[in-house]
Write a protein that binds this ligand. Structure first.
Ligand code: C2E
Ligand code: SIN
Ligand code: SIN
Ligand code: FE
Ligand code: FE
Length: 580
């Protein structure tokens, strides 16, 4: 919409005639400066056409006033004047006018200029909005970090309490406490759950275990481990992610613990007293080919003591201890897990904060569908971590290092496209193919993302920077942005139209995490439906991976991805499957 501010009716009539053939250019006209200012505020025109010589407020004064108003400062303003004097023009530009047209111009030229200014104005608004929301989420991150610190303090206070625990359990509890503090180091929710379950299983010697989370729609199975099933896999294979949602009620064992907030210790789930409200549902066992017998089930609570999840340990193996046959969980196990569950709760709570901040940061990119954006990054992260795990196994990376690196990778992978916040919506949300200039602009998201971690101080920042900057490099050196010096990132303008020239980066020069995310990202992009293309089938994607092995992708990682394809498909089933 175009707002004309001119005291002469004849100018309005002429403009209406000029613009009549262009249906998309709606014109509103007012006769004096005051009405012009009000209309600009109320209607937010795409472009203001401002006459210079008017009764009352003078044109120049009007420009100054518009530019001084916070809400109008960026509205494109075109001066329309009979005066062709160079000095007047210069004054107008000096006051912040975007253009100066001598009346009455040729229709084509006028329309072209109006369109140009409307487009530039929109692009500017998109960028401002993205930058504002990013600044907002960084402020939030700082605030959340303070909360995380508080959670950490509670964790160590809990450790101190241990000194007062009863004599007989002391040794065991000291061991559990030491394990609990290990949870303090992982940041990402997936890693915390993985480690919590692994540790709890190790000191109770449980064959399997699950973590359930309370969600609005019920109790969701978010994590499982199972030694028996894992031992049946061939190398390079991985247990598929399960997608199980049960009602949050007392009909199931996990549900009952979530509802009552009290732990359960069960010797045999197949011999439950029928008068109990909960019973064992065998369907899941049958589906995965497993037999559950004993269980030790604990609530996980948040800082306000609400039950947020359930930790379920399955099938005691009773290694190194005499006792029941088949083995069962003991009272001593129960006491140890109770303490551990308290620590795990805090670690989970803290990791949920971190995850929440990441999700909000990504959401500022306001991609087509924010929920799908979240799902996309979670899928990329899950697949990337699975690939790293396999790579680490092949290369003999030691378990402690492996755990630390997985945590860094998961967070970095979720942030790989965070630079897209600086890309105008007109490009980011374009429904069709990008043209060359738009694509070059789009490519700057790598460096712009890296810029956010330019002053990397922690291994997390470094991993996030490597991945953001280099996830579009190709193994043969034909990707982007190339070998950009890390210390030049900070100086990049936020409105680059193209990446600066840089020497190509190829092969193992490309950081491992970036090579991994490159495969995971393209895999996920291709198996997703986009506004401009259908989802590819797993076979088509496998074919592309093979074809691009040694060209786009690291050949070793292509092999790993091909082995993991069934797992990748389960990740897609678990985290949504359409759109981007
Ligand atoms: P994205 O959609 O997440 O895609 C990530 C990468 O997957 C792409 O990196 C590309 O390597 C690969 N990819 C995605 N779709 C296809 C496809 O149909 N065929 C093939 N062979 N590869 C595909 P790239 O090219 O650097 O693009 C980076 C980002 O730029 C994309 O992220 C997307 O957000 C945007 N983009 C690229 N091309 C277009 C387009 O034509 N239209 C729109 N609206 N966005 C595009
Ligand atoms: C539960 O009752 O906790 C879930 C049982 C199952 O694994 O099917
Ligand atoms: C490309 O083929 O490089 C463009 C990718 C896309 O369409 O997203
Ligand atoms: Fe990207
Ligand atoms: Fe992506």
């Amino acid at each position: 919409m175009v707002l004309l501010v001119d005291d002469q009716p004849i100018v309005e009539a002429a403009l209406r005639r000029l613009l009549a053939p262009y249906e998309d250019l709606e014109l509103i006209a007012v006769r004096d400066a005051g009405a012009g200012f009000e209309a600009a505020l109320a209607r937010r025109p795409d472009v203001i056409l401002q006459d210079l010589n008017m009764p009352g407020v003078e044109g120049m004064e009007q420009i100054r006033r518009i530019r001084a108003h916070e809400d109008l400062a960026d509205t494109p303003l075109v001066v329309l004047s009979a005066d062709a004097d160079a000095q007047t023009k210069e004054q107008c530009f000096g006051l912040g006018a975007n253009d100066y047209i001598v009346k009455l111009p040729d229709a084509l030229e006028l329309v072209a200029r109006i369109r140009y200014h409307a487009r530039m104005g929109r692009a500017q608004r998109d960028r401002d909005r993205a930058m504002r929301s990013l600044a907002h989420s960084q402020a939030e991150l700082v605030r959340r970090n303070a909360e995380v610190d508080a959670a950490n303090r509670r964790l160590s206070a809990m450790n101190d309490l241990l000194g007062q625990e009863s004599q007989e359990q002391r040794e065991r509890i000291a061991e559990v406490a030491a394990l609990g503090t290990k949870l303090g180091s992982a940041q990402d929710l997936g890693e915390v759950m993985d480690q919590a379950l692994r540790l709890a299983r190790s000191f109770t010697d449980a064959d399997a275990g699950s973590i359930w989370m309370v969600q609005p729609e019920g109790l969701r199975l978010v994590y499982t481990q199972n030694d028996t099933l894992e031992s049946r896999l061939s190398p390079g294979e991985r247990l598929p992610l399960a997608d199980v949602l049960i009602p949050r009620d007392s009909a199931s064992i996990a549900g009952h613990v979530a509802v009552t907030g009290r732990p359960l210790r069960i010797d045999d789930v197949h011999a439950l007293d029928p008068s109990l409200p909960y019973h064992f549902r065998g369907d899941f066992d049958r589906k995965i080919g497993y037999t559950t017998r004993s269980m030790l089930v604990f609530p996980l609570r948040d800082a306000r003591d609400c039950v947020v999840g359930v930790l379920q340990l399955i099938n005691a193996r009773g290694r190194g201890r005499a006792g029941a046959s088949p083995p069962v969980f003991t009272a001593s196990d129960e006491a140890a897990v109770e303490l551990f569950a308290g620590m795990a709760s805090l670690a989970v709570e803290r990791a949920k904060l971190v995850r929440g901040v990441i999700m909000r940061t990504i959401a500022t990119a306001e991609m087509r569908d924010p929920t799908e954006t979240g799902a996309h990054v979670q899928r990329v992260a899950e697949c990337a971590v699975a690939m790293y795990d396999r790579w680490a196994a092949i290369h003999g990376v030691d378990p402690t290092e492996r755990q630390r690196r997985r945590d860094e990778l998961r967070i970095a992978a979720m942030l790989h496209d965070v630079g897209k916040v600086a890309i105008p919506d007109s490009i980011l949300k374009k429904p069709g193919k990008l043209d060359d200039a738009e694509y070059r602009r789009m490519q700057t998201h790598s460096l712009l993302g890296g810029r956010l971690f330019a002053s990397a101080t922690t291994p997390y920042d470094e991993a996030a920077r490597d991945v953001a900057v280099h996830h579009h490099e190709k193994w043969d050196g034909s990707g982007y942005p190339g070998r950009v010096p890390a210390d030049s990132l900070e100086d990049l303008p936020s409105e680059m139209v193209a990446n600066p020239e840089a020497p190509p980066m190829r092969g193992e020069e490309i950081p491992l995490f970036a090579r991994i995310v490159a495969v995971a990202d393209v895999y996920d992009a291709l198996t997703s439906r986009r506004a401009y293309k259908e989802a590819w089938s797993p076979e088509q994607v496998a074919e592309l991976l093979r074809k691009e092995s040694g060209r786009h992708f690291d050949p070793e990682l292509v092999n790993i991805a091909l082995e993991l394809q069934p797992y990748f498909q389960s990740v897609r089933a678990r985290f949504g499957s359409d759109g981007h």
